[in-house]
Design a protein around this ligand. Structure first.
Ligand SMILES: Nc1ncnc2c1ncn2[C@@H]1O[C@H](COP(=O)(O)OP(=O)(O)OP(=O)(O)O)[C@@H](O)[C@H]1O
Ligand SMILES: [Mg+2]
Length: 495
């Protein structure tokens, strides 16, 4: 639903306090003005700089009072009331003034009275910060980021000549790149692209979008060239994700949600998530859960919602949340008075309910720190366990890195019992760096399965019968996975 549709519903239902959360107040104002005109509603707007204006916000709109007095602005609502009409008073950035007891009280009265008078207080603000006294007086409406259709409209309004805007599949790429930008940002990006390249191209849009994500500080866009070919093994996981994102299922209305990857450190979980986007032609957004934590009350949830909104708008995309247990470890502790629990709740409901085409890849190497609701099967399309690679997988990984680091393929290899992909990679890297044979460089590699043997064992036992195997189809079970019936080697003489 658009902002106007939601607003007109609330106005008809006589919700006389409406809080519009928007990062584009001019655009929201424009929509509200249009709606008011269509319905013959009275309209006035106030901000501290321009004062009270009739009808809207444009320079030519008549000024009723230029007083920078927020209290007087609320009182002016009375004057707007007509015997049988509806009137809206839009207060811009009014969250700034809600620290004052007088203003809170005046708003309270105005909104209560508005139910009979059909006068409405509409607050435009980038955040939702409603004082407790007014919580029940306001409904919150989110002013969504523009959808594809609207972005296309904006692009068409900016493209002047035929050829400025590509058509068909190339247009889709442009719109993909523009998704997640505000109307103003999109407008600027389209114009910049025209100036720079003489036509609208996705590259400029990606650049603007990167800047936008950086500014928000919540998400980053991963730009790397890795593909599945850079990862040895993990065949079941690769095949599963490829199929899930393949497209043929779209007709049935089923959309992939994502996978939870549990595994031993250094087995390629993060590397897989980074390759998936390239493999499926989607941008990969990295969510830094630590950055969601705010110091003010309500800030964390606000940021979580904001981040998820951006993610939704960037669809189709991959959302990568690395080491999710670190962020959520507060959930079970009482230390942060429930902040991470609420953030987690917001995230979980989004995970189950989101309708946008976002494929989530979350990784963890300690499931015991995750709340049990998290790994429940219906939240994910699959929960995969990535064990230490088996002989065949290790051989594939050796070959890959020997070649990559320009090393002699046929040289003798060290004992790689209980090694992960990360360890094979570092042995090869060291051999290239120090210009020594692999058997020598391998002496500097201590496998994590040895240093963290116990937790690896715990992980395997937990995963057995609960998770899918990442390297062969079906469930992972102790003894049938990558390392059949073997226990972790703790004998130092082997290395
Ligand atoms: N199967 C593999 N094939 C090729 N490279 C691999 C493989 N597994 C791991 N690597 C390499 O090892 C390094 C570490 O891998 P990665 O960061 O993905 O591990 P991880 O499973 O995320 O570990 P952690 O749990 O510690 O975060 C990466 O550079 C990755 O390319
Ligand atoms: Mg990792």
């Amino acid at each position: 639903m658009t902002l106007s549709e939601r607003l007109s519903e609330y106005v008809r239902a006589a919700f006389s306090g409406i809080w519009v959360q928007t990062s584009e107040q001019d655009d929201a104002m424009h929509e509200i003005a249009q709606l008011a005109r269509q319905n013959n509603w009275g309209l006035a707007s106030w901000d501290i700089d321009k004062g009270l204006k009739l009808n809207g916000w444009r320079a030519e709109d008549p000024v009723l009072s230029s007083a920078p007095d927020p209290l007087a602005a609320i009182k002016s609502l009375n004057a707007l009331a007509t015997p049988d009409g509806t009137a809206l008073l839009v207060l811009r950035n009014f969250h700034r003034f809600l620290g004052s007891a007088e203003i809170v009280q005046a708003l309270d009265s105005a909104i209560s009275k508005g139910k009979q008078d059909r006068t409405f207080v509409v607050i435009l603000s980038p955040v939702v910060q409603i004082p407790v006294e007014l919580e029940r007086q306001f409904v919150v409406v989110e002013h969504d980021l523009p959808g594809r259709e609207q972005l296309e409209q904006i692009a068409r309004s900016i493209a002047m000549e035929p050829g400025d805007l590509p058509e068909g599949d190339a247009l889709d790429l442009v719109l993909d790149a523009a998704a997640g930008l505000t109307r103003l940002e999109a407008e600027n990006a389209f114009s910049l692209s025209l100036v720079r390249h003489g036509k609208i191209v996705p590259e400029t849009l990606w650049e603007i979008k990167l800047g936008m994500l950086k500014k928000s500080g919540l998400l980053t866009l991963h730009r790397g060239g890795e593909t599945f070919d850079d990862l040895g093994g993990l065949d079941a996981l690769k095949g599963f994700s490829r199929k899930a994102l393949g497209g043929s299922h779209r007709g049935a209305g089923v959309r992939a949600k994502g996978v939870l990857l549990l595994g031993v450190p250094g087995t390629g979980k993060s590397a897989f998530a980074k390759a998936l986007g390239n493999e499926t032609g989607r941008p990969t957004l990295v969510l830094d859960v630590g950055s969601l934590m705010g110091s003010l009350v309500g800030q964390t949830e606000e940021r979580t919602r904001q981040a998820l909104k951006i993610v939704d708008a960037m669809a189709p995309c991959v959302l990568f949340i690395d080491e999710i247990e670190k962020a959520l470890s507060g959930v079970q502790s009482a230390g942060d008075s429930g902040v991470s629990a609420r953030m987690f709740g917001t995230f979980l409901s989004w995970l189950s309910d989101h309708e946008s085409d976002v494929f989530v890849v979350a990784t963890s190497n300690d499931i015991s720190k995750l709340p049990p609701e998290f790994s429940r099967a219906e939240r994910w399309d699959g929960t995969f366990f990535i064990d230490l690679p088996d002989r065949k997988e290790k051989d594939a990984i050796w070959e890959m890195y020997l070649e990559k680091f320009g090393l002699e393929i046929k040289q003798s290899r060290p004992n790689d019992r209980d090694w992960t992909g990360a360890e094979i990679k570092s042995a090869c890297r060291l051999a290239a760096l120090l210009d020594v044979p692999l058997v020598d460089s391998a002496m500097n590699v201590v496998p994590v399965a040895v240093t963290a043997g116990e937790s690896v064992e715990k992980l395997r036992n937990w995963a057995s019968g609960r998770c899918l195997s990442a390297d062969r189809p079906g469930l992972y079970t102790r003894g049938s996975g990558g390392t059949p019936g073997r226990s972790i080697n703790r004998d130092p003489s082997v290395n």
